[in-house]
Design a protein around this ligand. Structure first.
Ligand SMILES: [Zn+2]
Length: 264
């Protein structure tokens, strides 16, 4: 009897449909056969628009604009039957000032919290002067808590982490190779003008300050002592850095970004 009642209730649940289309790099999240297609979505009730978007596999943090039946809407919009939904990522060259914002503006110089398995990316971002918290044993809840309490942007390879509603700013890192990861992040958050090499400790994210050679002389190798005069020291772990050949390498490697050329 109970089972029959459940069946009956199931049948009574009205099935609605809506059409979805995902644009540009949001297609990265879809299976190959769903990319750049109009997709039919069946649902019941009136789910908030964030839910079906994430059912398709697209984290809300990747979405910059949702247009339904020609109108821009927020994440709390409740899906209606027959809706035609267009979902867009961050635009690179389009001024969205007139559009309603899905989230608060990011800090003028964003700070990051970098998920496990992206240690190399953390070091590279620190090398470019960005404030990046990283540990190789963060739990998902820790990442989310710190992102909220410290207003940090989450960088992760785990898209499910970005489904958390309280994470407002985040990015799913696509590439596996670290140099391409850096290029993705610089482009996604338009960080080209904010690069400041030699301001962050690669190891602990502390702030680097100039230090007089005389103050650290005893800690230097003979050749370093001989050839270098400009030194920096981390305010947390006291590591000493100097402008050696590795910095020239770094400048060359990132010259393409410093010159404003768009990667990808
Ligand atoms: Zn340090």
């Amino acid at each position: 009897m109970f089972i029959k009642l459940q069946d009956a209730l199931g049948d009574m649940k009205t099935q609605y449909t809506a059409e979805f289309r995902f644009y540009a790099e949001l297609n990265d999240f879809l299976p190959a056969q769903q990319r750049k297609q109009t997709l039919l979505y069946r649902f019941s009730g009136h789910p908030a628009i964030k839910d079906p978007i994430e059912v398709f596999g697209v984290p809300h943090t990747e979405v910059e604009l949702i247009v339904i039946n020609g109108q821009a809407v927020g994440f709390n919009y409740q899906l209606q039957t027959g809706d035609r939904v267009a979902v867009y990522p961050v635009f690179k060259n389009i001024d969205l000032c007139a559009m309603p914002k899905l989230r608060e503006e990011i800090l003028s110089k964003p700070r990051f919290i970098i998920d496990v398995n992206l240690g190399k990316l953390a070091k590279r971002m620190r090398l470019l002067g960005f404030d990046c918290l990283y540990r190789n044993d963060y739990k998902d809840t820790e990442v989310a808590n710190i992102a909220v309490s410290d207003q940090r942007v989450v960088l992760t390879r785990d898209r499910r982490l970005l489904y958390a509603k309280r994470i407002s700013h985040g990015y799913w890192v696509r590439a596996v190779e670290v140099e391409i990861q850096v290029a993705e992040v610089l482009q996604r958050f338009n960080l080209y003008d904010l690069i400041q090499p030699f301001t962050r400790c690669l190891m602990c994210n502390g702030v680097l300050k100039s230090v007089a050679k005389a103050d650290i002389l005893a800690r230097l190798e003979p050749k370093t002592k001989l050839y270098y005069d400009v030194f920096y020291q981390c305010n947390k772990c006291q590591r000493v850095y100097w402008e050696g050949s590795h910095i020239d390498d770094m400048r060359q490697r990132y010259a393409v970004f410093l010159g404003g050329t768009q990667p990808r």
